[in-house]
Design a protein around this ligand. Structure first.
Ligand SMILES: [Zn+2]
Length: 425
């Protein structure tokens, strides 16, 4: 059944690229109406919040009506999960459970149905085909979890390289895998690019690289492209809503409006003009089991009115503003991406659900890291020690780690503030 969903999903997302802009916009608006109506009918959280706001989902006609609906924050999701934010017609046992820390260090659990998951994977495949991937390419996938393999004979080969490994081990694995295509976190591939030798590059000769899941700078991507001698494409997604945008062959970001509806808003919640930076507020169109309606992810972006030569009907996202990352610097001068630290926490949040509620990691000096921890309801010291051990290993045993148990972490008024911070630079 899953394979069936994956096949129909893949067909749908690829066909969607053939529509003209007007047709795609009409389909998006139709999906938006469906998503809002469904949420207001089947999801207790939205039933209540719509009612409180005096909004009747039956009156929803299109994007202009979105402003009648309250925003959804990560805290709202955390408080409502799963009892009131999962649709009442969902077989929750069949769903795919996941959790994220984003970059804010607060764990956020969520689910999606197998059909939604298949659609999400199909959107990944579409990104691949947009940038010229071929099914026979050997891929090295640098993430904290492995990609569920879709292996069909010699096709769709994905070698997993754990993102939390040290850079030397990652390079060793890349030398062994000899990938045609590398898909992974920008900061980690950047770190690899800084470390590879001429000798490594005789074996590691990718035809293209896709970076994702965090903001990367044009400088980072140009550097990676220069080192590996191949094009580097950037993709933008969140774990909760999945694919939001990706660069095409022409390096323009296209907003995937068949998966999410995106609003660009100013501080007062008004829509900004194309070209103006705005807070991106997302509404999922394909996740009825747990819809995210007007979800504030805390990222900023700019919409464009340009069209792209690739012919995609999806609007162009001009630029992102946000999601910057700090790195840690060890006593011996080695640089460790903050994402590796974040991934280590995410790994344990997924391994031990409710181990921790929230955290903040601060590198105070080169040899001292402090963690502020808000315990989860199933906190166990020995499980947390496992995380500390993994972190100590990642920081190459060069750093002393101290832990402060705290009742909460001050947000200092930001909806998005960094969970990983270095005060060494
Ligand atoms: Zn394009």
């Amino acid at each position: 059944m899953f394979l069936w969903h994956l096949m129909t999903g893949s067909l749908t997302v690829h066909l969607n690229q053939l529509h003209n802009k007007e047709r795609q916009r009409a389909l998006t608006n139709k999906a938006l109406v469906k998503s809002i109506t469904h949420a207001g009918t089947h999801v207790a959280y939205y039933r209540d919040s719509f009612k409180k706001a005096g909004f009747n989902p039956a009156d929803f006609k299109g994007p202009d009506d979105l402003k009648k609906i309250p925003f959804l924050t990560k805290d709202d999701v955390r408080n409502a999960f799963p009892h009131s934010i999962v649709a009442d017609n969902t077989d929750i046992k069949a769903c795919h459970y996941s959790a994220t820390t984003g970059s804010t260090g607060r764990s956020l659990p969520f689910i999606y149905s197998p059909k939604t998951f298949a659609f999400y994977l199909a959107t990944n495949l579409r990104v691949y085909s947009m940038i010229g991937y071929k099914p026979w390419y050997r891929c090295s996938y640098i993430k904290y979890t492995a990609m569920d393999p879709v292996n069909i004979g010699p096709f769709f080969t994905f070698d997993h390289i754990p993102s939390v490994m040290t850079v030397d081990k990652q390079i060793k694995m890349l030398r062994a895998n000899k990938p045609d295509f590398i898909d992974g976190y920008a900061s980690i591939i950047y770190e690899i690019a800084r470390k590879v030798t001429k000798d490594d590059l005789k074996l590691i000769r990718p035809k293209m690289i896709l970076v994702n899941s965090e903001m990367s700078s044009q400088h980072q991507r140009a550097y990676i492209s220069d080192v590996f001698g191949c094009p580097v494409f950037d993709e933008y997604s969140t774990e909760e809503t999945w694919m939001v945008a990706s660069q095409c062959k022409h390096h323009n970001y296209h907003l995937f409006t068949d998966n999410v509806f995106v609003e660009f808003l100013d501080k007062e919640g008004r829509e900004v003009q194309p070209g103006e930076p705005g807070e991106m507020v997302l509404t999922t169109l394909k996740s009825p089991a747990m819809p995210f309606i007007r979800y504030r992810i805390g990222d900023m972006g700019r919409l464009s009115t340009r069209t792209c030569d690739c012919g995609s009907p999806f609007p162009i996202l001009e630029a992102f503003d946000g999601r910057a990352d700090d790195s840690f610097i060890l006593p011996d001068g080695t640089y460790v991406s903050s994402l590796k630290i974040l991934n280590t926490f995410t790994m344990f949040i997924k391994k031990y659900l409710h181990l921790m509620e929230e955290f903040k990691v601060i590198q105070k000096t080169k040899d001292h890291v402090e963690i502020d921890l808000v315990q989860g309801k199933a906190y166990k010291p020995e499980q947390f020690q496992e995380l500390i051990d993994a972190l100590t290993h990642l920081l190459d045993n060069q750093v002393k780690i101290t832990v402060n148990m705290v009742p909460g972490i001050d947000l200092k008024g930001n909806i998005k503030r960094k969970a990983i911070e270095s005060r060494v630079n």
